[in-house]
Design a binder for this molecule. Structure first.
Ligand code: BG6
Length: 477
């Protein structure tokens, strides 16, 4: 591969995890139960729980992967040292809301929880690794779900803003990059995961989902406002599950359908980055009997507090057809779709498309004209530990190399990009399936789907490869 195109000198190379998929210690030092703490492991049960979690809330028996996860809570020093060894410039993680406000609606925060993140951020800074922090990553206090129905209720905005302000005040000297909600557009597909919303039998799900999303938009805008007031130097972004769809054919109907599909997720970025509800959503609301209840001043708050940057995850592209029935299907990130005959897929059916990465980077930048931040990208795969604790994950290296190459092309195309964090630099619990078997890391964690294993950490082949990528600022892939 050529050595010609350069990454910016201050490009933020790193990796990303989420508190609920890594920390464990689910009830330690005052932490309360969160929505992710009720989700079980394993394909079918996890899938069922994501769609209808009530039975898993009512009966907490059985193994829950978030309860110990990879025990990052107790082992973060060892893990951060490994990230430091790789030369990470930044590390994205989230704050477990329930460590700070165990039930969600308390007036005062839990000091023990705040202390943990103080220590974690100090440890990162010791290695010159910038913390990049998601305020809420697929978890919220279960207390808020039980009391208010999650983000269905406007009351939750106040709880979130109190939580966010607590974080900005406490960590303003340590954290300069914030994000308000992980993959906020997933609220439309997995409302319990995204917004703590349990759909009731017979109700208009879209009404519940988009009203919850409105409350999240308001909370996000108010957090942007507070962040700018408390620390004018900090940058705060929205975060989207990057989704870009190709039409199955050039038939105009397919092309239009693909645009409509894209708009399902663009909508969430449009409100947060442009500051208003886009005109196309009005028809969608009308045709789906959705009426958003707003209060006076909401529109002004959204307009005046847009995000500083647009962060997103990218794993795959999608394909849309007006006649999907007779087409092969494939899996995706909380969504499934039509298989692209030109692409290979991961073992979990996620279609591998590096050119789509360049495409989406250009697409988002054209649309938003704000700096972008790629905060998740990677390959979930089965790793085999060979004799001598060797893990030859060339498939992962190939995936990342091809994506980084296209990212460099996108920068050359004119895209302003703050940084790139691969997903799960240390193996962690999968959000979609609850498995450990689906691994993304440069660092292997000895733990299986049922929760067995020593938890010891091993460097995979990709560890030294990524170290070199960072060392050469992407020149050597
Ligand atoms: C994104 C999430 O959807 O993709 C992460 O932000 C998640 O939390 C990642 O882990 C990969 O998905 P999965 O299902 O393979 O863990």
């Amino acid at each position: 591969m050529d050595n010609f195109k350069k990454f910016p000198d201050n490009f933020l190379w790193g990796g990303a995890i989420a508190a609920n998929q890594a920390e464990g210690a689910y009830l330690e030092n005052g932490k309360g139960l969160s929505t992710s703490d009720v989700l079980p492991a394993g394909g079918e049960a996890r899938f069922r729980a994501i769609l209808n979690p009530q039975e898993f809330i009512d009966n907490m028996e059985g193994y829950r992967p978030s309860h110990l996860a990879i025990d990052f809570y107790h082992r973060y020093k060892e893990d951060v040292a490994l990230l430091g060894e790789m030369g990470f410039k930044c590390f994205r993680t989230s704050i477990n809301w329930t460590r700070i406000f165990p039930e969600g609606d308390e007036e005062t925060p839990n000091e023990e929880g705040l202390k943990f993140y103080d220590e974690l951020f100090d440890e990162l800074l010791k290695y010159n690794i910038q913390p990049v922090i998601t305020i809420s990553h697929y978890e919220m206090p279960l207390g808020l779900v039980k009391k208010y129905g999650g983000w269905r209720s406007r009351e939750v905005i106040e709880c979130y803003v109190r939580y966010a302000k607590t974080l900005f005040n406490r960590y303003k000297d340590k954290v300069k990059y914030w994000m308000t909600f992980n993959e906020i557009n997933i609220t439309a597909h997995a409302p319990f995961v995204g917004a703590g919303v349990i759909i009731k039998e017979g109700e208009n799900a879209k009404q519940a989902i988009y009203q919850a999303a409105h409350h999240q938009f308001m909370a996000s805008a108010l957090a942007v406002k507070a962040c700018h007031e408390i620390d004018p130097e900090a940058k705060i972004g929205c975060m989207l599950a990057g989704s870009i769809n190709y039409p199955y054919t050039c038939k105009p109907d397919d092309v239009f359908e693909a645009m409509q599909k894209d708009r399902e997720s663009f909508f969430f970025g449009d409100v947060q980055a442009r500051g208003y509800y886009p005109s196309y959503i009005k028809r969608f609301f009308r045709e789906n009997n959705v009426v958003i209840k707003m209060e006076d001043g909401d529109e002004e708050i959204l307009r005046n507090n847009t995000v500083d940057y647009v962060a997103f995850s990218y794993y795959m592209s999608g394909v849309v057809s007006t006649a999907p029935e007779d087409k092969d299907k494939t899996e995706g990130n909380f969504m499934s779709g039509v298989r692209n005959p030109y692409l290979k897929a991961s073992d979990w059916g996620w279609q591998i498309d590096p050119k789509g990465f360049r495409y989406i980077l250009n697409y988002y930048y054209d649309r938003y004209q704000k700096p972008l931040f790629v905060v998740e990208n990677g390959l979930g795969a089965v790793d085999v530990v060979e004799d001598g604790d060797v893990i030859n994950d060339d498939y992962r290296i190939n995936y990342l190399r091809d994506h980084i190459y296209e990212m460099r092309e996108a920068i050359e195309d004119g895209v302003e990009l703050l940084g790139y964090t691969t997903w799960g630099p240390i193996d962690l619990v999968s959000a979609g399936t609850g498995e450990m078997k689906k691994r993304y890391g440069f660092i292997y964690v000895d733990r299986d789907n049922e929760g067995n294993g020593t938890l010891r950490r091993l460097r995979k082949k990709s560890f030294n490869w990524y170290k070199k990528v960072i060392e050469t600022n992407g020149q050597e892939l």
